[in-house]
Design a protein around this ligand. Structure first.
Ligand SMILES: Cc1cc2nc3c(=O)[nH]c(=O)nc-3n(C[C@H](O)[C@H](O)[C@H](O)COP(=O)(O)OP(=O)(O)OC[C@H]3O[C@@H](n4cnc5c(N)ncnc54)[C@H](O)[C@@H]3O)c2cc1C
Length: 515
């Protein structure tokens, strides 16, 4: 054992838990991961949903994964491959007047909108850089006079100041309004505005007119906003991370749910598995969401009352449903060149449409005409389905976790709304369906063990970000309980398949342990 090496248990082999495991094992620690599910990856997995048809069961497009992690862990040599990179976004229109964009390039809009897109992208990339620049840093603690915390806060202020007078003013202005107003000021084309508006809301309980929708869009663009399709589905990313972690010496056990975190007075000393087995360790790191970690696995009785109260108040209401279709043939979207069906397709034909889809969620209802982000991965990755057959995977909003009347009563009606919406854009699609699966946030909660079924484990909003994520007092990955750390999407810098929370947590632990 190398000097300073410790035994570390990680709860959950979600991609962040795996990244954390890989970095800790690489630093010489003895790492053991306990995952409840029978496969690694958490919400980043590939699984069969109908005989012979496989799909990325939650996350389906890579656009946030930190390239530094891919390189440092050499994920390519551990099996990570992309079926395609640089997917375009196509904002579908019922009439076939689709808008296509990728970076600054936009097709199907006026010259004025093309120019506006260049300006919008310049501005958003510039501002997203401020957020992205913080992804790989441990947030400052608030209210201390310690030098590292003050320096970290100064760095944030300096980065904003460095935008220059005009952009700084603009950054502060748009951060305080909403994506609807920002887009209305700049663009004419409805389908373009709808798709960009969706980027400010996807994965959250936000409409385009909600505060934080600009922040959400900036978060989405903060790692470059380039859409990639992993070969073999999202499980390939997680499997490559698991392979990397194992190559550094980590042990990963699947189908071993943790029942509780063991405590000796005020210190975490290991875990008890559901089998009853108790295993001790120097440190415990949880990749589960914050409510699961603190309220279920640790228990509020082991926390100071004010802290437990803050954890129970984290907003974790999931709103995204996931649709999987096994198709006999490729759907025919009205007016869309079939070669473009492999791109990122979105149903968000106008800002009004997106906002109306959201309105229902405010009152605990599901959308009647939902918005969607669609991928047909089999067009680039035929191995996911039997020969000649296809898979359609769609993130569908809004489907509130806490639905009025409950999901068992509404599941079928919502699935029908989703299918009717698809049929309007791709007439005949319903007759091509061989099998369908729709996961509501309630299903996502139980399949992936994410409290609330939330995309980001905790709502992505300024008041739940950086030094306040998940709550002040544990935003530096170390929790108020000695020996217990957290590393999942509920930590800074949040969700999406990015891996930064896992790596930041590992770095913070390594710094403390001196290895
Ligand atoms: C429907 C949906 C669509 C999405 N689409 C995208 C997308 O296209 N692109 C994108 O980048 N992001 C997307 N996301 C977000 C992304 O999937 C998540 O933010 C990310 O996967 C979270 O990773 P994580 O490792 O932090 O947590 P998780 O993936 O939630 O991993 C936590 C792990 O902990 C395990 N666990 C929990 N409790 C226990 C216990 N008691 N014992 C043992 N193990 C336990 C869980 O089983 C799980 O494996 C989507 C999310 C959802 C829900």
């Amino acid at each position: 054992m190398i000097r300073g090496s410790r035994s570390i248990q990680i709860i959950g082999a979600g991609h962040n838990g795996l990244v954390c495991a890989a970095y800790l094992a690489r630093a010489g620690h003895q790492v053991t991961v306990f995952e409840a599910s029978s496969q690694v990856g958490g919400a980043a997995i590939t699984r069969e949903f109908a005989p012979g048809f496989k799909v990325s069961a939650a996350a389906h497009l890579v656009y946030m994964l930190d390239p530094g992690i891919e390189k440092e862990l050499d994920l390519a040599s551990h099996g990570l491959e992309y079926a395609r990179t640089g997917l375009q976004t196509i904002s579908l229109s019922e009439a076939g007047d689709h808008v296509r964009f990728n970076g600054d390039d936009v097709d199907g809009v006026s010259e004025g909108d093309r120019e506006a897109m260049r300006e919008y992208r310049r501005k958003m990339q510039h501002f997203a850089g401020i957020i992205g620049g913080l992804h790989n840093r441990v947030p400052a603690r608030l209210g201390t006079t310690d030098r590292p915390d003050l320096l970290e806060l100064a760095r944030l202020a300096f980065n904003i100041r460095r935008l220059g007078k005009n952009d700084m003013r603009e950054f502060l202005r748009i951060a305080g309004i909403n994506i609807y107003d920002v887009l209305q000021e700049l663009f004419e084309n409805d389908a373009l505005k709808g798709a960009l508006g969706l980027d400010g809301t996807l994965g959250t309980m936000l409409g385009t007119r909600s505060n934080n929708s600009v922040f959400c869009a900036l978060h989405r663009y903060s790692n470059g906003g380039r859409y990639q399709l992993p070969k073999g589905g999202m499980g390939t990313v997680s499997n490559a991370l698991a392979n990397a972690a194992r190559a550094f010496g980590a042990e990963i056990h699947t189908a071993r749910p943790v029942n509780r975190i063991l405590m000796d007075f005020d210190r975490a000393t290991g875990v008890e598995l559901q089998s009853g087995e108790q295993i001790e360790a120097d440190l415990v790191v949880s990749g589960a969401d914050p409510k699961t970690t603190f309220l279920k696995l640790l228990g509020a009785q082991n926390l100071e009352a004010g802290f437990a109260h803050k954890i129970s108040n984290i907003r974790t209401r999931g709103n995204v449903a996931k649709l999987h279709l096994a198709l006999g043939s490729v759907p025919d979207f009205t007016g869309l060149d079939p070669a473009l069906s492999a791109e990122r397709l979105v149903i968000a034909p106008s800002l009004q449409y997106v906002e109306q889809a959201f309105n229902h969620a405010k009152y605990g209802e599901h959308s009647r005409r939902p918005v969607m982000e669609i991928s047909i991965p089999t067009l680039d990755d035929p191995g996911l389905a039997p020969a000649g057959k296809h898979v359609l995977s769609a993130n569908v909003q809004w489907a509130p976790r806490e639905l009025k009347g409950g999901w068992s009563a509404a599941h079928e009606a919502f699935t029908e709304s989703v299918m009717n919406t698809l049929e309007r854009f791709a007439p005949g699609i319903c007759s091509q369906v061989m099998h369908r699966e729709l996961l509501t946030p309630q299903d996502i909660e139980s399949e992936f063990r994410i409290e609330g079924g939330h995309w980001h484990h905790a709502e992505l909003a300024l008041d739940q970000s950086m030094m306040m994520r998940p709550v002040p007092g544990t935003a530096q990955y170390k929790t108020p309980v000695d020996g217990l750390w957290i590393c999942g999407a509920g930590c800074h810098p949040g969700g999406g398949v990015m891996g930064s929370a896992g790596r930041n947590a590992a770095r913070a632990i390594i710094e403390r342990s001196g290895t």
